[in-house]
Design a protein around this ligand. Structure first.
Ligand SMILES: [Zn+2]
Length: 435
């Protein structure tokens, strides 16, 4: 399967960067930066950005439906009775994410149906099953360690003829640390149910393969730098990368950089060398399995990454045998805070129009100012239209046979739409392009 190598995640409802501009302008911006794949992060299936999906595909960009698997950031679409599906964490956790139990048959059925319906109604090239892991790092001490719901307990007892270990009461004789054998059964139980969940979505009755055999399926597996990282992720998150490759047989595996790694301020772009064991484990059972790696480029102020970092990261991914990479999330990168806007592409439109594709979203007021555009040979600018990162200049008629030079000056970007808005505007001092 031909999978794109330079991907980026776009969450159209994250912050304000994608609001009040056309889908075309977003797609042009993504394309101008050389991305050939987008994972469209859909937190609510009922408000899928159809226009953006079409605009991206029109520009020959591969688009995946990217959906969270072990819960949701948005409960709007969940049906009556969904509260029964909630995971039970070791301690109550309220962090804006609703965790849903992979072992609940109602949730499995609904999630499977939801995915196949989205793929039926929209022309996605693939689907990314994001974050199907069991929470949470670094293990049973984490407040969000899960799932300890009634159903998980009963299922465990059915399989092993004894209740699962105790994770709350340290004094209990069944406390997980005192019962290494029992704890190992619990670890196996989580690995198996993670596999069963994915099997059901992909290969189950009415699942993705049956309904959409041509759609490429990528499964996300956590990766982290640690002494024995494959075993650690298996134990803590129930994700066995080799068994997922062997039993679930996705079209690709996406290794997701885990938070202990991506949060680091000074994370070197070649940190993915530590992920080699995951690549090896998957390739040991599926030698040609496409693998990509996902990096976080700015969820927190200290981990915002530059284009230079991203280029080095991609190169490092290639060296560990990864087919491609993706980035969370386009609008969060450091370049939004440090790089003045630049013209990346120009297009003459008929006799009296010019389209300028800028590297980022502009301050519309600044970009609308006619005096910021000077043609040589001289040409009068009649009108300027601004749409996100796009500027359309309406000019006096141009000579078809003549090349024009256009100098753009003093065009500002728009800090108010950045994730961290209290940051100064950046100005394109001067750039000359030939038309
Ligand atoms: Zn459960």
């Amino acid at each position: 399967m031909n999978l794109p190598s330079r991907c980026v995640q776009i969450d159209p409802f994250l912050g304000r960067y994608y609001t009040d501009r056309s889908a075309e302008s977003i797609a042009e911006e993504v394309a101008a930066h050389g991305f050939n794949g987008v994972q469209l992060v859909i937190t609510r299936d009922s408000r899928l950005p159809t226009a953006l999906l079409h605009a991206l595909r029109q520009r020959k960009i591969h688009v995946d439906y990217a959906t969270f698997c072990n819960g949701t950031y948005d409960t709007h679409d969940l049906p009556e009775g969904w509260r029964e599906w909630r995971m039970v964490t070791r301690l109550p956790v309220q962090d804006g994410y609703t965790r849903l139990c992979l072992n609940h048959p109602g949730y499995r059925y609904w999630k499977k149906k939801q995915i196949t319906q989205v793929l039926r109604s929209h022309p996605f090239d693939g689907v990314h099953l994001m974050e199907p892991f069991w929470p949470e790092y670094p293990g049973p001490n984490a407040p969000a360690y899960a799932c300890l719901c009634k159903r998980c307990r009963a299922l465990f007892e059915e399989r092993y003829s004894e209740p699962p270990p105790e994770f709350g009461e340290e004094a209990s004789p069944r406390f997980w640390r005192r019962q290494p054998e029992l704890y190992m059964k619990w670890v196996e139980f989580r690995v198996q149910s993670h596999l069963e969940f994915l099997q059901e979505l992909i290969h189950g009755e009415g699942g993705i393969r049956q309904v959409h055999p041509r759609v490429a399926v990528a499964v996300w597996i956590l990766a982290v730098e640690a002494p024995n990282p494959v075993r650690l992720v298996r134990e803590v998150h129930g994700q066995d990368v080799a068994e997922v490759a062997r039993q679930v047989r996705p079209d690709a595996i996406c290794l997701q950089t885990h938070w202990p790694d991506w949060m680091k301020e000074a994370l070197p772009p070649d940190y993915v060398r530590a992920y080699q064991p995951f690549v090896q484990a998957a390739r040991a059972v599926r030698p040609n399995l496409p693998i990509m790696i996902q990096a976080d480029i700015g969820s927190q102020p200290q981990n915002r990454r530059s284009w230079q970092w991203i280029h080095a990261f991609r190169e490092a991914c290639r060296r560990v045998g990864s087919r491609g990479s993706t980035l969370y999330e386009y609008s969060l990168g450091m370049y939004m805070y440090t790089e003045p806007p630049r013209v990346l592409r120009t297009e003459r439109i008929e006799r009296s129009g010019v389209l300028l594709v800028f590297s980022k979203r502009l301050n519309a007021q600044s970009a609308r100012e006619k005096s910021h555009y000077a043609f040589h040979p001289p040409l009068q600018v009649q009108r300027v239209e601004v749409d996100g990162n796009l500027v359309r200049l309406h000019t006096d008629p141009m000579h078809a046979a003549l090349r024009y030079r256009l100098t753009v000056r003093n065009v500002e970007d728009d800090p108010s739409v950045r994730w961290l808005p209290e940051t100064p505007a950046l100005t394109l001092q001067e750039q000359t392009v030939t038309l």
